[in-house]
Design a protein around this ligand. Structure first.
Ligand code: GLP
Length: 245
């Protein structure tokens, strides 16, 4: 596990966008694992700017998103389908057929099983981007998630529902209580993983991730078992780390 502590979130976006652009330029059919939430937005903006300026070609790239809420229509402004379309996909020349996001409508259990199958039958994810919840969740793998878990329907914790309320503030909807998420085992199958963390409210989770004991209490700590993980944390998110790292 490698850790880079940056001075702020802009530096994280700069570093991460450069890594992704480098990968896409070097491997035109790269497979990316993508995350939602506020953390990756600045990175996605830089990917869009680069595509507009340097014409980086996304036509053979495929993507797999980590998660989706259960019960929101894709056009709902709070769905992760909508988020990804607005924040990234509609600005790139990526093919619709190459974009994969779990389907949170209909028979969601079956959808989760099919999503896991799709990932396992596809070429390996080259580069998985992760954010982190203040309770240490990755994707929507909440505390208590098993290391062997695969894509499945999960109940969101009170803490996560509370944290994600801010996105729903301007709509009539309440935060869904369930989601479909790639499992821990699904995430750990990626070739390379980068986790980004900004702000003081992530400091405890970052400490558990980097210096804690591997435990289901902090799902992020399972990343310690992966051979290629890079953590990009700003100073606030890294503020509880002991000097040894
Ligand atoms: C959400 C997502 C996660 C994300 C996390 C952090 O619940 N499911 O994939 O990493 O919350 O979000 P933010 O970046 O907004 O703090």
């Amino acid at each position: 596990m490698h850790l880079i502590v940056t001075k702020d979130s802009d530096e994280i976006a700069n570093l991460l966008s450069k890594i992704v652009i480098g990968l896409v330029n070097q491997k035109s059919n790269a497979v990316l694992g993508l995350a939602t939430g506020s953390s990756p937005i600045a990175t996605y903006k830089l990917l869009i700017e680069d595509h507009q300026t340097n014409k980086t070609d996304w036509s053979n790239v495929s993507t797999f998103n980590l998660d989706e809420y259960v019960g929101l229509q894709q056009e709902n402004h709070n769905s992760y389908h909508y988020f990804m379309e607005e924040q990234l996909f509609k600005h790139l020349n990526i093919k619709k057929a190459n974009i994969h996001i779990p389907n949170g409508l209909g028979d969601v259990k079956q959808n989760a099983t099919e999503y896991e199958k799709l990932i396992s039958e596809h070429q390996q994810i080259d580069f998985q981007i992760l954010g982190i919840g203040s309770n240490g969740h990755i994707g929507f793998n909440e505390p208590g998630s098993d290391v062997k878990s695969v894509t499945r329907v999960v109940e969101l914790s009170k803490e996560t529902i509370q944290a994600n309320k801010r996105f729903f503030a301007s709509s009539q909807d309440t935060v869904p209580t369930q989601a479909i998420t790639m499992g821990i085992a699904t995430i750990l199958k990626a070739k390379n993983i980068v986790l980004i963390a900004t702000g003081k409210n992530k400091a405890e989770a970052v400490k558990a991730l980097v210096q804690g004991k591997v435990s289901e209490k902090w799902p992020c700590s399972y990343l310690q078992n992966h051979p290629s993980v890079l953590i990009l944390a700003d100073q606030a998110a890294a503020s509880l780390l002991e000097q040894k790292s």
